[in-house]
Ligand binder design. Structure first.
Ligand code: GLU
Length: 415
């Protein structure tokens, strides 16, 4: 299948619901192959004057509903199939959340922990010099993802503007405020996840106050959701980072945990809390388990041991497909990534609109609009689940695919 540029993961995901939707062969074909795939090899001079060759990717999966949109990740394990899968999920995500974009994703095979700031700047700029011909405010708009941040976006924007010779803030989102970024973008993924959780808890007749939450991952998404949940009176009983976790059945003081993490570079050894391993954290008894680390955290081995009453997928693809089936058979509701973490792309959309109009919104207005988009999508999800009698992930896939295929039909691409 590789020679046909098929995304194998996407094909498998589609295959499962193709029957329910009655997808035709060209429809499955269109949705399981990216429209455009780029692989770049580019040399960068390191601090010791030696040259190192890096590999970068950009996948523009589908643009029926608008310019393609999606982040760029820096990670040593990035590969083409992963980027294709994530670009497919971006396509679905933008449809689910009702922003006028298609889906894309990019990545560079690099471990940022092993490079100086200067090297990271040169890598970011070199990647953009490969990419600039193929992107633009009305074609494809990158953004931050794993291990990339507003500073990386600023370098990439600057490189794009240098080589094209024009100001074009709308070519990339997640920029610092001073360069045309938007208020709230920094915490938008977590805040969006909270707004969705709030709505779903209501649908399940559950309250927020004293609801026990466990958060896996303490990067931007995990740390901010822990903070937001704590502020909204949830009892956050455990959190973890890549080194391990901490547990306090009475609830952790998250602000203090953040200070501790800044100081010690890890959440572990926090006063009055018990150190626990990541595996134990995933199996703790709680109301909501928030997965905010990396992919493939819940597997067929540990899915049967999860004791959470509900799961919020703040990271992309933290539950493996086999594990998803186990959780479904145990009726553990999962709020899927393409809705739970869509707050990032929603505020990216607001940023892009502000750049296009040169008119900048207040923080309160962005907050209000974000809540509106997230709540509306969560309500649409409830409707999709009841009309298709399925779990949330299927409901979201079905409504997203319907929207994308309808756009393709209206364009005359499909019959
Ligand atoms: N990387 C984020 C995501 O996976 C944001 C993408 C964007 O803002 O375009 O949703």
């Amino acid at each position: 299948m590789e020679k046909d540029n098929v995304c194998i993961n996407c094909y498998e995901m589609l295959d499962k619901i193709a029957g329910k939707l009655g997808l035709s062969e060209p429809e499955t074909g269109l949705l399981s192959r990216p429209r455009r795939s780029y692989t770049f090899s580019f040399p960068v001079i390191m601090d010791d004057s030696k040259v190192k060759i890096f590999t970068g990717y950009r996948i523009q999966f589908n643009n029926a509903r608008g310019p393609t949109k999606g982040g760029i990740r820096f990670h040593p394990e990035v590969d083409l199939e992963e980027i294709k899968t994530l670009a497919f999920l971006m396509t679905l995500k933008c449809a689910v959340i009702n922003v006028p974009f298609g889906g894309a994703k990019g990545g560079v095979v690099v471990n940022p922990k092993k490079h100086s700031k200067g090297e990271m700047e040169r890598i970011s700029r070199a990647y953009m010099r490969e990419l600039y011909r193929f992107i633009g405010p009305n074609t494809d708009i990158p953004a931050p993802d794993v291990n990339t941040n507003p500073q990386v976006m600023a370098w990439m924007l600057d490189e794009y503007e240098r080589v094209t010779g024009q100001h074009a803030p709308g070519v990339i989102t997640g920029k610092p405020l001073e360069l045309g970024g938007s208020h709230v973008r920094g915490i938008s993924t977590s805040l969006g996840g909270y707004f969705v959780l709030k709505e779903v808890l209501k649908q399940f007749g559950m309250k927020e106050e004293n609801t026990k939450a466990v958060v896996q991952g303490f990067g931007n998404a995990g740390m901010n959701i822990a903070k937001i949940l704590h502020k909204n009176k949830f009892k956050v009983i455990a959190v973890s980072d890549s080194r391990g976790g901490i547990y306090d059945e009475n609830g952790l003081q998250i602000e203090k945990v953040i200070e501790h993490k800044e100081d010690k570079k890890s959440v572990q050894d926090f006063a009055n809390a018990k150190n626990i391993a990541n595996e134990e954290l995933l199996e703790l008894e709680c109301d909501v388990l928030v997965l905010a680390a990396l992919e493939d955290q819940i597997t067929k081995e540990n899915a049967g041991k999860v004791k959470a009453k509900m799961i919020l997928e703040l990271a992309n693809r933290p539950i493996m497909p086999e594990a998803d089936e186990i959780l479904a058979s145990r009726t553990v509701p999962v709020i899927p990534d393409i809705l739970a973490n869509a707050g990032g792309v929603v505020v990216s959309y607001f940023e892009w609109v502000q750049n296009a109009t040169n008119y900048y919104w207040t923080e309160d207005y962005v907050l209000k609009k974000l809540e509106e988009y997230m709540t509306k999508a969560a309500k649409e999800l409830e409707m999709a689940c009841s009309s298709y009698k399925c779990i949330m992930r299927e409901g979201l896939y079905i409504s997203a695919i319907n929207k994308i295929l309808q756009a393709e039909r209206l364009r005359g691409v499909l019959k």
